[in-house]
Design a protein around this ligand. Structure first.
Ligand code: UDX
Ligand code: UDX
Length: 461
């Protein structure tokens, strides 16, 4: 094999990215390391630590051929000439910038490990999403080495979305590679480009300077999230008028300048990136003395929080202002369909609010129950977790749909209705069910941004 690539951080980003890279580049040896031994053991087993459609096959093809998972970070650093860094960069919870800025301690520690154990020059690639100009700070740390080694820093942000990680990685819209405009920086960029050229057409590889690359990642996520908050804000207006958010989104989306994607109203965006990246952007703007710009982007997060709160108020208002001791069936806990990931899932907020109202929660999700249990571990209250949707809904007063899992559409709602308390409610926080059909079965149905289908009279309500 020509060269060894190392990736530090075997999480949702590092694991799938490197698996696809190894699969497409049999002439490279790809080592993925992580300090978390349990995670590495899982990557080496038949039960991978994350659920992603298609990932099992890719890992099976490449593992132990040219893809290796290990906890030996030091050996990896010594061997590789190209190091991708994909450690997590959570929002700072302490000190300056708490609640907004990124906590870079893992990144910095990784940079110091690289210096300590390197014996020859290396290319260090930022895969983690980082605040703009982090690369500069990292370059300074790496160049401070007293061994006379050269480290080139490359920014190569990852744009894959969870649930579609494998196809996104195999056929990306673009691969972005940012480098310093120095001879050595440009050479390093070419070496990273050569890797991607194994499977990505050249016209899809965009090269920029370092700062543009870092900023593009933050802004891409902020723009995507902004579309969701825009459409969610309008869903509130639709409920006050006779407009239907599905029709409004479809009509808007037909304008090719707007485009049809990412206009689905729901209970709000979750996931590890959107909120964190927007808050990073906000912090950056404040830091550079641009309060108006900061306030503009912060509003995207505020509308997201408003949407979840508004949804819970809708549940309460329509269930006679009380859910205390009532069983509520939660359908879906993952932050989106086709993943077991629950980071920043709006389901966490909604569940906690319902527990505060003393509801009894029965939670059903095809992939996320393990994470749901961890997320709600500190909550007091009556919570149960179920693989079976019918058990979840048995004796419940309401079903609350929080994730857009396709299989929810195929459940036998006639059977479910019969097993529930009456009046039976469905609050469809993702607008995925057939509302008219459910109404005919006897449910009182409350979608988002659309008319409700209720059998209750005005007086009862
Ligand atoms: C993370 C960030 O959240 C995201 O902003 C960035 O773009 C990529 O990295 P993700 O892969 O989803 O995304 O995070 P996570 O699943 O938490 O994985 C990070 C891994 O790094 C963990 O497995 C952790 O154990 C590992 N890690 C962290 C190290 O190996 N060494 C460290 O010093 C810190
Ligand atoms: C996102 C970006 O899409 C990806 O490019 C980046 O690399 C990481 O962050 P991810 O968070 O995995 O990916 O999933 P995404 O499909 O973007 O969904 C994010 C959230 O928005 C989910 O909670 C989803 O349910 C929600 N969403 C998405 C909507 O509410 N409406 C939509 O129309 C689209």
């Amino acid at each position: 094999m020509k060269k060894t690539i190392l990736c530090i951080g075997a999480g949702y980003v590092g694991g799938p990215t490197m698996a696809v890279m190894a699969d497409n580049c049999p002439d490279y040896k790809v080592i993925v390391v992580d300090m978390n031994e349990e995670r590495i053991n899982a990557w080496n087993s038949d039960e991978l630590p994350i659920y992603e459609p298609g990932l099992d096959e890719v890992v099976k093809r490449a593992r132990n051929r040219n893809l290796f998972f290990s906890t030996d970070i030091i050996a990896g650093i010594k061997e590789a000439s190209i190091i991708f860094v994909s450690v997590n960069t959570p929002t700072k919870t302490f000190g300056a910038g708490a609640g907004k800025a990124a906590d870079l301690q893992f990144w910095e520690k990784t940079a110091r490990d690289i210096i300590e154990h390197s014996k020859h020059d290396k290319i260090v690639v930022e895969k983690s999403t980082l605040p703009v100009r982090t690369a500069e700070a990292m370059r300074r740390i790496l160049q401070s080495n007293t061994k006379n080694l050269n480290f080139d820093i490359i920014s190569n942000p990852e744009f894959m979305a969870e649930g579609t990680a494998v196809t996104d990685l195999q056929t990306p819209d673009r691969v972005l590679i940012g480098a310093l405009e120095t001879v050595s920086g440009q050479q390093a960029m070419q070496r990273i480009k050569d890797i991607y050229l194994h499977w990505v057409p050249e016209e899809k590889i965009k090269t920029t300077n370092l700062w543009s690359s870092e900023l593009s990642k933050l802004v891409s996520n902020a723009m995507l999230a902004q579309r969701i908050s825009s459409v969610n804000s309008i869903s509130a207006l639709c409920e006050k008028t006779d407009a239907n958010i599905l029709e409004v989104s479809a009509a808007m989306g037909m304008d090719s300048r707007i485009g049809a994607k990412f206009l689905r109203a729901g209970i709000g965006f979750g996931g590890s990136c959107f909120k964190k990246d927007i808050l990073n952007l906000v912090y950056l703007c404040e830091f550079y003395g641009l309060p108006e710009v900061a306030a503009y982007w912060e509003q995207v997060v505020k509308i997201n929080e408003y949407q979840a709160t508004r949804f819970v108020s809708k549940i309460l208002n329509n269930m006679f202002n009380s859910v205390a001791s009532k069983k509520i069936a939660i359908f879906g806990f993952a932050f989106k369909a086709d993943t077991g990931d629950t980071r920043e899932s709006p389901a966490i907020t909604v569940s906690k609010m319902l527990l505060e109202e003393r509801a009894t929660l029965a939670i059903h999700d095809p992939e996320a129950l393990k994470n749901a249990k961890l997320d709600l571990a500190d909550e007091t209250g009556d919570i149960s977790y179920h693989c079976d949707p019918y058990k979840t809904a048995e004796g419940a007063h309401a079903i609350v749909v929080l994730t857009d899992w396709k299989q929810f559409q195929g459940y036998d709602y006639e059977r479910i209705f019969k097993s529930m308390e009456k009046p039976a409610f469905i609050f469809d926080g993702r607008n995925i069910l057939d509302h008219k059909k459910l109404f005919k079965l006897g449910f009182n149905v409350f979608p988002l941004g659309q008319r409700e289908y209720s059998h209750l009279t005005e007086i009862e309500k």
